[in-house]
Unconditional design. Structure first.
Length: 813
């Protein structure tokens, strides 16, 4: 791409005073017009021609060629004559001072404006020449706006001769250079965003803020069960056998915990048999799940997803098909990026969101799942009994009370006091021994025996002190036996249930649930694995592009607004085919392209600038309104600099910036990034998102940031750059420039008497002008961003890059 990127304006500027167009060769005219016509070619052709009064006759052939130029619609010509009549009239015309108008320019589609002195006869010392190129650039820029061009021709068409002498008052208000430079740097840094990474998961996508295709991949990959066990398959048979054996174990544990289980061991064999069958079924299920995990499922990319699905089917596992495609994913990524950027998020924040999306949809390796499977199997029941906790105070108190009731003996019946402690000790030992591996619980039985013995001693002491009769002691013994039975049944039920919970049914059921969870998670990772990997790779590629763009923006901010745009990278000016093949990695073969280069979609001239001299030489850089007019007439030249004489009809001022300035500039930069990224989304949809594509996008971004910088430097902020979104509100002079709205409105206020309009007439021209007041026609103009300020009845221009007065000026003509 060339270093000059500027738009083709809808009005073609031609200067017949230059050597290029002074002749009659139609090829010269055709080349000049073709170089300036917008693409695609407009229906109507507008030509703004600069000439001298004498040139009307000398360039008659050129005017005939212009009026006859082939166009789909109308050809309209507005001729701007600069300077006074010559002292010697053309040959064949009477020697009188009058304007000779060719018949070719007498139709309704042609009009003449004669500015005899662009400085309005300014007699001050150091006044510029009547055809001052800097003042001419302002007037050409103004008439080059399509709306002003058409309005002027319509007004001229209503005049008897179709000729008028212009008068002007223009108010130019632009940002001070230091304000513009600071706002540019702040906008670039805000556009790039902070380098500080957001906390992990701080802005994770929930699916509600994602396009449907991405939401399905992100949320569907994190929840739900996109796979299932096929009925009759290996996985289903092993799972069902384990579940059935555990159900039998539940029933056996319930029977084993009853009194018959304590007395006779009823249910223990059935319980142990069910637990054994459950263990065997779980081992088979464990093997099936292990095979599923080791089958890869396509997550590692080592085998095609179709081959992995066939292997899973042989294991009795099916994965639901994906409901999205690569094209939908690429389009959804584009929609997500556009939405986030248009919402005002900086580039690095958008890159962070895309990085989180990539992490969310990226298929995970099976290595962590296999490790979890090994841990699950190693943590299963080992057959050892759980060591019971020391008995609680409540249980020991009940045991002691039982000993007290059984120890209320005295005299010859005193040995009967040992009955309850012995029964308690024997019963607790029986409870311990009924459980598998329960012989080691004898140490805990001593707690109960000791409590019963202490209680019995207390009962003996009480009976001796009170002289309790034997019959009362016998009744108390019966109560003690009842408490003893209740104590043993409670201990048995509690120990049996605890054993089943810790070393029996519950741990096996937990292992079954863990295997189910691992299988479900593996199937989630296997689901849409190719689409998710494609989405993750594309999202990470977008992350790289966005971060590179942010780095480029920071580099621009460091260079500043006054820096010249660097030369385009070597090889950037490529053929149309080469401009499209950048989307492919080196060594890949791209398709044949019939569509034009992406730059043509935005109607920008990518040709090198032409030689100077068409509308006067360009001066030093500055910030004058209309003076940014390039020598080729495109309006992309430099400012006149401090030595240029400001015409009396042009009022200039410097603004300090309004509250919306940085925000609007940031929006312009966002639009530039979106424009640069537009061809990249096609590469995303085709899956060609390698380093070469990212480098080309970075180059496009640098070029467009250069366009934005040049546009701001030349046209200020009121005018939208060529890539700006037409639907975004830019605000007005008050918010962008911080100027008085009343002043801008006064500059365009209706003035029927024309007292505030400066006539651009030479003194010798005055005798040729009409004195009829009704022949005065006023045209108000102003930038579109100032519509609310200057009033609704103004022909507005779009502020085209490189030469529109609309960006900075408003006034009356």
């Amino acid at each position: 791409m060339s270093e000059s990127i500027r738009p083709h304006t809808p009005v073609v500027h031609l200067d017949l005073r230059t050597a290029e167009l002074a002749g009659t060769d139609p090829a010269d005219l055709r080349n000049a017009v073709t170089a300036r016509l917008p693409r695609p070619r407009p229906h109507d052709h507008r030509f703004l021609v600069v000439d001298t009064p004498a040139g009307l006759v000398g360039h008659r052939t050129r005017y005939e060629q212009l009026m006859g130029y082939p166009a789909p619609g109308r050809v309209r010509v507005l001729c701007l004559l600069v300077g006074d009549l010559t002292a010697h009239p053309p040959e064949g015309h009477p020697a009188e001072r009058r304007l000779v108008r060719p018949d070719t320019l007498r139709g309704p589609e042609a009009g003449l404006i004669w500015a005899g002195d662009l400085h309005a006869g300014d007699g001050r010392p150091g006044a510029a020449a009547p055809d001052d190129p800097h003042a001419l650039a302002v007037l050409v820029d103004l008439l080059g706006l399509p709306e002003v061009f058409d309005e002027t021709l319509d007004v001229l068409g209503a005049l008897p001769e179709g000729v008028a002498a212009p008068g002007l008052r223009v108010l130019e208000h632009g940002l001070a250079p230091e304000v513009r430079s600071q706002a540019w740097s702040e906008a670039l840094l805000r556009f790039a965003g902070s380098r500080t990474a957001a906390p992990a998961g701080a802005a994770a996508h929930t699916g509600a803020d994602l396009p449907p295709a991405l939401s399905t991949l992100a949320v569907g990959a994190a929840s739900g069960s996109p796979g299932r066990r096929e009925e009759g398959g290996d996985a289903a048979r092993a799972h069902d056998a384990a579940a059935e054996a555990l159900a039998d174990a539940d029933a056996g544990l319930l029977a084993f915990g009853r009194p018959a289980g304590l007395l006779t061991g009823a249910g223990r064999a059935e319980l142990e048999s069910a637990l054994g069958r459950a263990r065997q079924a779980l081992d088979r299920y464990h093997d099936v799940v292990g095979q599923v995990l080791r089958s890869d499922g396509g997550t590692a990319g080592a085998q095609p997803a179709a081959e992995s699905a066939a292997r899973l089917a042989r294991l009795g596992v099916a994965v639901a098909p994906a409901a999205t495609s690569g094209e939908r994913i690429g389009d959804s990524l584009r929609s997500l990026a556009l939405g986030l950027l248009r919402d005002g998020l900086p580039l690095r924040a958008v890159a962070q969101r895309f990085a989180q999306l990539a992490e969310q949809v990226q298929p995970l390796s099976n290595t962590p799942l296999l490790a979890a499977l090994d841990r699950l199997h190693a943590g299963g029941p080992d057959g050892r009994r759980p060591e019971p906790d020391p008995p609680g105070a409540g249980v020991l108190a009940l045991t002691a009370l039982t000993g007290v009731l059984g120890g209320l003996w005295s005299g010859a019946a005193l040995p009967a006091a040992l009955t309850v402690p012995v029964l308690v000790l024997v019963g607790v030992l029986l409870v311990a021994r009924r459980l598998p591996g329960g012989s080691a619980r004898a140490v805990y039985a001593s707690w109960f025996g000791a409590a019963a013995l202490v209680g019995a001693a207390g009962g003996v002491a009480g009976a001796w002190l009170t002289g309790l009769p034997v019959w009362a002691a016998a009744l108390a013994l019966l109560l003690a036996l009842g408490c003893w039975g209740r104590l043993l049944l409670g201990l048995w039920h509690g120990y049996a249930r605890r054993w089943g919970r810790e070393r029996g049914v519950v741990p096996l059921r937990d292992e079954l649930d863990g295997l189910d969870a691992l299988l479900t998670r593996a199937l989630r990772e296997f689901w849409a694995v190719e689409q998710r990997r494609y989405c993750a790779d594309a999202a990470l590629a977008v992350v790289g592009v966005l971060r590179t763009t942010a780095d480029t923006a920071e580099e621009e901010a460091a260079r500043g607004l006054a820096a010249d745009r660097p030369e385009a990278a070597e090889g950037a000016e490529s053929s149309e085919e080469g401009a499209e093949l950048w989307l492919y990695e080196s060594g890949e073969e791209g398709p044949e392209f019939d569509e034009p280069s992406w730059t043509e979609d935005y109607d920008w001239n990518l040709e090198p600038p032409r030689s100077a001299g068409e509308f006067g030489a360009a001066g030093d850089s500055g910030s004058g309104f209309g003076a940014d007019f390039e020598a080729d007439g495109s309006g992309a030249g430099a400012d006149p600099g401090p030595t240029a004489v400001v015409p009396p009809w042009l009022e200039r001022g410097e603004a300090k910036g309004g509250p919306d300035l940085v925000t609007v500039l940031t929006g312009d930069l966002t639009d530039a990034a979106l424009t640069a990224l537009e061809p990249y989304w096609g590469a995303v949809e085709r899956g060609h998102v390698g380093d070469a594509a990212q480098e080309r996008i970075a180059e496009r971004v640098r070029e467009l940031l250069g366009v934005a910088r040049d546009h701001l430097r030349h046209n200020d902020v009121l005018s939208a750059p060529p890539f700006a979104s037409p639907h975004r509100d830019r605000g007005g002079p008050v918010g962008l420039l911080g100027i008085d709205a009343r002043r801008a409105a006064d500059s365009t206020a209706l003035d029927p008497d024309g007292h505030t309009v400066v006539q651009l007439n030479a003194s010798e021209q005055l005798d040729l002008l009409s004195r009829d007041p009704s022949a005065v026609a006023l045209i108000r103009f102003g930038p579109e961003a100032a519509r609310d300020t200057v009033g609704p009845d103004t022909p507005y221009g779009d502020g085209y890059f490189g030469g529109a007065p609309g960006p900075r000026g408003s006034g009356r003509c």
